[in-house]
Design a protein around this ligand. Structure first.
Ligand code: UDP
Length: 141
């Protein structure tokens, strides 16, 4: 299986709930290494740029409002099959539909405030990692 990298965000709701460590433990227990990480208060421009693919969707403004409502933790995860593995840990977009034991089932309240973001494919992962991390700040090991 390929070693991949994926972009992960712990969203403002989960940071506010003080579950950063619990979420990091899930990544580590699944064999994903944190190879870059930072806490950030996103500006509107940063959040809009990150979610530009959703700009025409009805939920776009609420999504941006939510993403700038408090600090987030942004990380790059590395490991075998990291993109799909991370998506499995996250669970479905709507926490009501997320499988038991997933991050969203356990920590998210609604489809808007759904605790985490994860890249959904190899190309998106590359773009999203480059968006938040200059290459020199990613520490592979
Ligand atoms: N979202 C929302 N309402 C919706 C659909 C999506 O607020 O009806 C938000 C939600 O925070 C989601 C993000 O937009 O995580 C991106 O949507 P996507 O379909 O890419 O879901 P994800 O990949 O995050 O599971």
């Amino acid at each position: 299986m390929a070693i991949e990298r994926t972009l992960s965000i712990i969203k403002p709701d989960a940071v506010a709930k003080n579950v950063i460590g619990q979420i990091y433990t899930r990544f580590e227990n699944a064999g994903l290494k944190i190879v870059a990480a930072r806490m950030a208060q996103l500006s509107r421009a940063e959040a809009e740029g990150f979610y530009a693919v959703h700009a025409a969707r009805p939920f776009f403004k609420d999504l941006v409002d939510f993403m700038v409502s408090g600090p987030v933790i942004i990380q790059v995860l590395e490991g075998e099959n990291a993109i799909a593995k991370h998506r499995d840990l996250m669970g479905a977009t709507d926490p009501k539909k997320a499988e038991k034991g997933t991050i969203r089932a356990d920590f998210a309240d609604s489809i808007d405030a759904n605790a985490v973001h994860g890249s959904d494919a190899e190309e998106t992962a590359k773009t999203e990692i480059a968006y938040f991390f200059p290459a020199l700040n990613v520490y592979s090991r």
